[in-house]
Ligand binder design. Sequence first.
Ligand SMILES: Cc1cc2nc3c(=O)[nH]c(=O)nc-3n(C[C@H](O)[C@H](O)[C@H](O)COP(=O)(O)OP(=O)(O)OC[C@H]3O[C@@H](n4cnc5c(N)ncnc54)[C@H](O)[C@@H]3O)c2cc1C
Ligand code: SF4
Ligand code: SF4
Ligand code: SF4
Length: 414
Amino acid sequence: MIKNVAEVKRETCFGCTACMAICKLGAIHMQADAEGFMVPAVDEEKCVNCSACTKVCPALHPWKGREGENKFYAFQHEDDTVLVKSTSGGAFSAIASSVDDPYVCGCVMDEKLYVRHIVSQAEEDIAAMRGSKYVQSDMGNVLREIGEKLSAGKNVVFSGTSCQTHGLLNYLAAAKISTENLITMDLICHGVPSNLMHKEYVKNYEKSKGVKGVKHYFRSKRQGWGLRFMLKNYEQLFVHSGHKQTVVHSCVVADRTSLESQLWLNIFFSDLCLREACYNCPYCTDSKPADITLADFWGIEETDVDLDFPKGCSLLIGRGEGINIVKKLIKFRALDKKQESVARNYQIHLNRPIKRPAKRDDFWEDYHKHGFDFVARKYLRYGKRYSLLMLLYNLANLLKNKRLAQKIGGWLFY
Ligand SMILES: Cc1cc2nc3c(=O)[nH]c(=O)nc-3n(C[C@H](O)[C@H](O)[C@H](O)COP(=O)(O)OP(=O)(O)OC[C@H]3O[C@@H](n4cnc5c(N)ncnc54)[C@H](O)[C@@H]3O)c2cc1C
Ligand code: SF4
Ligand code: SF4
Ligand code: SF4
């Protein structure tokens, strides 16, 4: 029998923090492992082997699905100013604002460009939660904060990955906190690199350009949205304080064209440095832990859904109370079987997780031995040859030669 979560295998831990939140003795804290992912550390002197932490652990009690129907919807926010700042159709914002006076818990990138979850009622914080950050979010102490708000009778809206949602629900159940005033949203999820890799990406950018990073947006919608495999969907926008500018915007500079800014695409899509647990993700199913699952509605072009999709459109999967929440939104469309099947065709992670790359171990060994610059050149298509290709890629975009841009992009990006 496992006595506490110190015995949970590193490859199966999601970093959800449920164990830390439930431990009344404060015997667990989270710390970054060698790959930069948060894992629990147990103070054996404080631990009394009560097994509370093992009971809430999603790694020890893998997700088996939940009862009831999963209904598929298309959704688009009615306000274009929200839509443009959201990754797909702005469903997160619409659902959060459909709740009366809520505390919202979601993922932000802070001023140190560190990705973490916060709980807040402030409008500017909720706005900062918009947009996907393709990095594993540090959950800090939000599970307990949510528990406290719910216990005080407040409304709470939570948005995170399925493993984070599962951890939250397990913690609340074990702490006997009612979830009546809680709405949860999770994501169809590709997997997550760590904050450590993101820090390396930022450091590499700052060093090579001699500037200071201010913000990183992972899904610039400058070129529109749509068609799953189009590079335009994944244009990275890196904002810095420096002088080698491409676009000037109130004293900061936005870069969407350098190899250094776009490098995140290869960090993310090479799959070399995703969390180990992501390669065996048990949430690759319709029946996920949250009330509503959010995703991009890739493939909408092939359907007759009447939404203005080039601005972005969400695919939603509602279950239980989630179905009633979606039905209260303004621009939602229930999908018929044909439309649903198109959406499914593009969502491989409803069926299976990312395959663990054969070179993952080599990547990390090289990283620990030789550093980020070495692995970026060896595995992530970085260096002089790729800078030249990047120039050609930008030129093709400038000339609006989309076919050529897509072809060059194929050599540049995973
Ligand atoms: C790591 C990751 C992988 C994804 N993989 C896929 C995929 O394979 N296929 C697909 O269709 N969609 C995927 N998505 C979802 C997609 O990118 C959009 O987030 C989703 O369509 C919601 O868009 P929106 O316009 O409704 O919300 P937005 O306004 O964009 O809000 C996004 C919401 O996601 C939360 N969030 C952002 N970053 C993180 C994070 N790092 N960890 C936890 N929560 C976060 C925020 O709290 C916010 O509530 C992924 C998202 C993430 C974060
Ligand atoms: S077994 Fe109990 S005391 Fe020990 S770490 Fe887990 S929850 Fe804390
Ligand atoms: S999966 Fe969550 S509960 Fe289990 S050990 Fe990891 S952080 Fe703790
Ligand atoms: S892929 Fe699965 S395990 Fe990885 S972050 Fe997403 S939901 Fe969690």
